[in-house]
Design a protein around this ligand. Sequence first.
Ligand code: FO1
Length: 319
Amino acid sequence: MRIVVLAGGIGGARFLRGLKRAAPDADITVIGNTGDDIHLFGLKVCPDLDTVMYTLGGGIDEEQGWGRADETFHLKEELAAYGVGPEWFGLGDRDFATHIVRTQMISAGYPLSAVTQALCDRWKPGVRLVPMTDDRVETHVAVEIDGERKAVHFQEYWVKLRASVPAEAVVPVGAEQAKPAPGVLEAIAEADVILFPPSNPVVSVGTILAVPGIREAIADAGVPVVGLSPIVGDAPVRGMADKVLAAVGVEATAAAVAEHYGSGLLDGWLVDTVDADSVTRVKAAGILCRAVPLMMTDVEAAAQMAREALALADEVRTS
Ligand code: FO1
């Protein structure tokens, strides 16, 4: 079975670990969000690609959900000693190697998709990890601080500001000019099922869908598209998805996110059991819906969610 998954960071990566267990013989292609990418110290950092690669490759800091396990920060400390910032983004020594290799290959002319493949040759994530595009897209967030409106890089909003100020707008800068990376449209066209994991619907899945051609390819794929709600009980399971949902005028509920994706894109939607009362509303939007446990407390819980998503895809296929 060929499965395509649109993934952001931590939630997407943890879901994928469950999906691999639930469908060990499946051919899984992950279309990774690159809107979170940031250039620091002359290096290109790809947080969502790295989170998927490290999580599935066994190198992730499990408790944090990002960055490397057994990390040290000598380089970060030395940079700070020179007064070289920013200090608010925690890049560890082991993680720096990934960004150095990536930047070196990009400088040599390799596209991000080839670089990602090379990095995955080491990590062997067990999926094909493809960036949504090889072109530069960086999500910026419009905020108002001390009466002054400005756009800050997503990472500054997310990590430095901890999303403490309302996001007035979220803009994937460069998305309009971006082209799907090689293999993205092909994977969608050949997929038997397409999954939206519990990643951020605005800055992760939403950013991938903002690359011209990807949303249309999924809508026209003619195979079940099934998503899992990142919102449980009117609050994001992790992260601050509610902050960016507000920016696009979407209430932080499982049903509202399904409606936001729309029945033109989404055929099925899983909500958590605490949101069972929203199943009717989602079905009324023309999207099949089931209430199942959606807390990824461990790999087996994530695997059970994946099984439920694939079962709902079967129901979509036969409905
Ligand atoms: N998140 C934080 O909250 N604080 C950090 O210092 C931080 C550093 C960091 C370094 C590399 C990396 O790949 C991810 C990092 N993240 C950090 C997480 C990152 O902001 C998020 O995982 C994604 O951008 C959102 O999905």
